[in-house]
Design a binder for this molecule. Structure first.
Ligand SMILES: Cc1cc2nc3c(=O)[nH]c(=O)nc-3n(C[C@H](O)[C@H](O)[C@H](O)COP(=O)(O)OP(=O)(O)OC[C@H]3O[C@@H](n4cnc5c(N)ncnc54)[C@H](O)[C@@H]3O)c2cc1C
Length: 497
């Protein structure tokens, strides 16, 4: 994936079959689907691929145990099917993982044991392993970091795990191989109509500050929590559709939670779900579900959310986590769809919603990373129907998503080395030349995950990465200074100390 080559195609194509707005999981999945069905496809992302909610997940490829408790069997079954496709099609970046629910009474053991057996049964042939009741010693064995004082045992079940933005880049690269044109740092600013139907999209390439208008037969709005902005470009009076709900995660060192199994607390004392998930040699703790009124590309964790995770994680762990132990903290916004009379965001739909506007604009929102492929299929089917394009069958359940980043054997050139993290000059070169990395943040937050694992280490790495990027991108010292400063500010937001 080379950005200049992608840009050149903008003037070479007279009319696109499908223009997708938004380069998160949903938009990227739709680009892969559309290109693999043979449609001329363009995707526009205002920042970097995955910069929105899609980099801020709990890193689970799952059916959603909590939705089972809410009785939403259809949603769980569909997500479990999609979990199966994802694990099959992207084995390099997904994995089957053991999860343990610690239990403190015989009632809990029966209740969660039966629930998780049903969860496994719903996955049918795609089961990742049998749900099993554990005694106290076995539960402690799986979760060596747990405080076992009142522990009665546990329930072992299996689910999937992944690296969200590495998968995003790999989906983008696979879409590009099928002929899609994908552009990051291209913000959609207008929709033009012929009669009542949208037939053109205007956008600004913010890297070169150039404006474009492209012809489109069908337009898909996959902008997550920004859905309403695009809906209002189409129809200024559109009522608000999305109710954003914030979720935060704290990342700590593995020593607080050793072992390879994840812990799932289905109901904290105030009724929420809490995960402790080993990830890249660290542990991700989360999440929260807080209704917020404003959307932002860089949402800020609230003090009460931080307190909630620290207090509740400490109830279950042997070694107490203090604020100074937190290596990184990140927040994301769920694009939940508003329902009349819902008081709490945790009661809003977690399923995806598709709206076809009078202008033929197809909006897709809600859902989750795990179901991105099915969301893409549904959005595209609607767009094809609305724009009367020739119908072609969806084949994404069979498309392998390969690793875009080669395994680097040749580590020549300079290296940044930091405890368990290292980054070479040749890798940075790859990110710039083949993965469209434009800023130091693109590399330290999404091509690698250092910002999400250790904000202080990412800050230390940024001058090294920026200097190499400047050589490759032919940027001057002013650019270097601006990049290092803005990344330093961002890293402070990901840090609790
Ligand atoms: C805290 C939290 C934990 C989660 N954990 C999990 C999990 O473990 N497993 C799971 O399966 N799901 C999880 N999810 C859900 C999942 O992350 C989201 O459903 C998914 O990432 C949404 O992807 P999206 O593409 O719809 O939105 P986004 O990723 O937000 O993408 C939308 C994109 O549109 C772009 N955009 C907006 N306006 C414009 C414009 N004008 N022009 C161009 N581009 C524009 C944005 O910049 C953004 O990149 C979690 C969500 C949250 C919040």
């Amino acid at each position: 994936m080379n950005r200049d080559a992608m840009l050149q195609q903008i003037s070479a194509v007279e009319e696109w079959d499908i223009v997708i707005i938004g380069g998160g999981a949903t938009g990227l999945g739709t680009a892969l689907d559309a290109a693999s069905r043979g449609y001329k496809t363009l995707l526009l992302e205002q920042y970097d691929f995955g910069k929105g909610t899609s980099s801020r997940s709990t890193k689970l490829v799952h059916g959603g145990v909590r939705y089972l408790a809410q009785g939403n069997i259809k949603l769980v079954r569909e997500a479990l099917r999609e979990r199966g496709y994802l694990l099959k099609n992207a084995p390099h970046i997904t994995t089957t993982a053991a999860f343990v629910v610690p239990v403190y009474s015989w009632f809990e053991k029966m209740y969660y044991g039966i629930g998780l057996k049903i969860y496994d049964l719903l996955s049918g042939k795609l089961s990742l392993g049998k749900t099993k009741m554990l005694n106290k010693a076995e539960a402690k064995n799986y979760l060596p970091g747990i405080n076992d004082e009142k522990l009665k045992g546990g329930i072992l079940y299996y689910d999937g795990q992944f690296d969200d933005t590495r998968l995003a880049i790999d989906i983008a690269a696979t879409a590009a191989k099928h002929g899609a044109v994908l552009l990051n740092y291209c913000c959609v600013t207008g929709l033009a109509k012929k009669g009542k139907t949208i037939d053109a999209v205007s956008f600004t390439d913010t890297v070169h500050n150039s404006k474009y208008t492209v012809k489109a037969k069908a337009v898909i709005n996959a902008t997550g929590v920004f859905t309403d902005t695009i809906l209002r470009l189409d129809e200024p009076e559109n009522p608000e559709l999305v109710a954003p709900s914030q979720g935060i995660h704290l990342v700590v060192e593995k020593k607080f939670f050793p072992g390879s199994a994840s812990m799932m607390i289905p109901k904290t004392t105030d009724g929420r779900v809490l995960f402790a998930v080993p990830w890249h040699n660290s542990v991700v703790l989360g999440t929260t579900d807080t209704a917020v009124s404003k959307v932002s590309i860089e949402p800020v964790p609230l003090e009460e959310e931080i307190q909630f995770i620290l207090a509740h994680a400490n109830l279950y762990l042997e070694n107490r986590i203090n604020r100074s132990d937190v290596k990184s903290i990140f927040a994301g916004l769920r694009p939940l769809v508003k329902k009349q009379d819902s008081k709490s965001t945790s009661l809003l739909s977690r399923d995806h919603t598709i709206i076809v506007s009078k202008s033929n604009l197809v909006t897709i929102t809600g859902g989750k990373w795990t179901t991105y492929r099915k969301m893409a299929e549904d959005a595209l089917d609607n767009a094809v129907f609305a724009a009367k394009l020739t119908k072609v069958k969806c084949i994404t359940s069979e498309i392998a998503i390969a690793a875009n980043l080669p395994a680097y054997k040749d580590q020549s050139g300079e290296r940044f080395i930091h405890q368990s993290f290292s980054l070479s000059e040749s890798e940075i070169k790859w990110f710039v030349e083949h993965e469209m990395a434009i800023t130091v943040e693109d590399i330290l937050a999404r091509r690698t995950r250092l910002l999400f694992l250790d904000a202080a280490a990412a800050k230390e790495a940024s001058p090294f990465v920026t200097a190499i990027m400047a050589k490759l991108l032919k940027r001057n010292s002013e650019w270097i200074e601006e990049q290092v400063n803005s990344f330093s500010n961002l890293a402070s937001q990901y840090s609790l100390v």
